[in-house]
Design a protein around this ligand. Structure first.
Ligand code: SME
Length: 165
């Protein structure tokens, strides 16, 4: 099991695993409107599905601040509490509303190193049913180039189904 879902996971196996967890998340959250419960469940179930997800969680748009993210539900080592829009990978995803795949965090200008063990990451913007940005979803791995377009497609789909539909 440990070997099967590490960062060397085959693209087809990865897609199969995402498809299974997407279904499980939808089933668990059916009828649950609370946003924190939804974010915590997505975080827990995705982190449990892939061994190489070293840090998994949400940075939520702070409604009381101008263009600032504050840490939300996550699994992993201590995360930074606040990130301004435009800063680091999360702030770039929030500002551009585009998924960011970073193969080597040390080569990303202005990357925020919450834990020096993180070597690559993916950050996906999260929008609600009205198209408003409510958060970004961040996954970090300890190996370089752990994420690709397969991760982007599945994570975007799961986040859309969970928060915008
Ligand atoms: N690496 C992120 C910061 C968040 S943590 O890694 C948990 C970034 O540059 O946005």
């Amino acid at each position: 099991m440990a070997e099967a879902f590490n960062d060397k996971i085959l693209p087809t196996d990865k897609a199969t695993r995402y498809a299974a967890v997407a279904e499980e998340i939808a089933a668990v959250l059916e009828g649950e409107p609370n946003l924190t419960a939804r974010m915590a469940t997505v975080t827990s179930m995705l982190a449990a599905s892939f061994d190489h997800f070293f840090w998994t969680g949400f940075y939520v748009v702070d409604p009381d601040k101008r263009e600032e993210l504050v840490v939300g539900p996550y699994q992993g080592t201590l995360g930074c509490l606040r990130i301004a829009f435009g800063r680091g990978v999360c702030g770039t995803a929030a500002r551009t509303r585009q998924t960011q795949i970073v193969q080597d965090v040390e080569a990303f200008p202005d990357h925020i190193a919450c834990d020096s063990r993180a070597k690559s990451e993916i950050v996906v913007p999260v929008v609600d049913a009205q198209g408003r940005l409510i958060a970004v979803f961040d996954v970090d791995a300890e190996s370089p180039a752990a994420f690709d377009q397969v991760d982007a497609d599945w994570l975007e789909g799961i986040l859309q189904d969970t928060f915008a539909d």
